[in-house]
Design a protein around this ligand. Structure first.
Ligand code: ZN
Length: 122
């Protein structure tokens, strides 16, 4: 049985383009194939999680008082450390979110390819 390529499963999970004849054939296969159905379900979860991530989900710089305490503690030993740069702006956070989403999808695809390759070589 020929399974759906991981890249095609990602496209189906993303649903960014109108469905094609290939998509319809893939969805018919997915209805009958547990493996492809599980992979599509996992990729859909990853895409949903990446799309629903909020800016508040990203790590942010600690409050100023944390750095003040660190500086006080270290000032006895050496010069105080400089505080980190200000929290990234909204645009930088959006770029970071997009990068994280792409990384997660790339990992999902790589995992699918690795699994596919492993099964083929066993
Ligand atoms: Zn399949």
């Amino acid at each position: 049985m020929v399974h759906i390529e991981p890249a095609h499963l990602v496209e189906l999970a993303l649903r960014n383009t109108p469905p094609t004849d290939d998509d319809a054939a893939a969805l018919r296969h997915i209805e009958r194939c547990d493996r492809c159905r599980d992979e599509l379900r996992m990729m859909t979860r990853v895409v949903t999680a990446a799309r629903s991530a909020e800016l508040v989900d990203l790590p942010s710089a600690p409050p100023e008082r944390v750095w003040q305490r660190i500086a006080q503690g270290l000032s006895r030993e050496s010069a105080p450390p400089r505080p980190p740069p200000r929290t990234p702006g909204r645009s930088a956070k959006r770029k970071l979110l997009a990068g994280l989403a792409l990384a997660v999808v790339a990992l999902a695809v790589a995992g699918g390819v690795a699994r596919h390759t492993l099964k083929r070589n066993v």
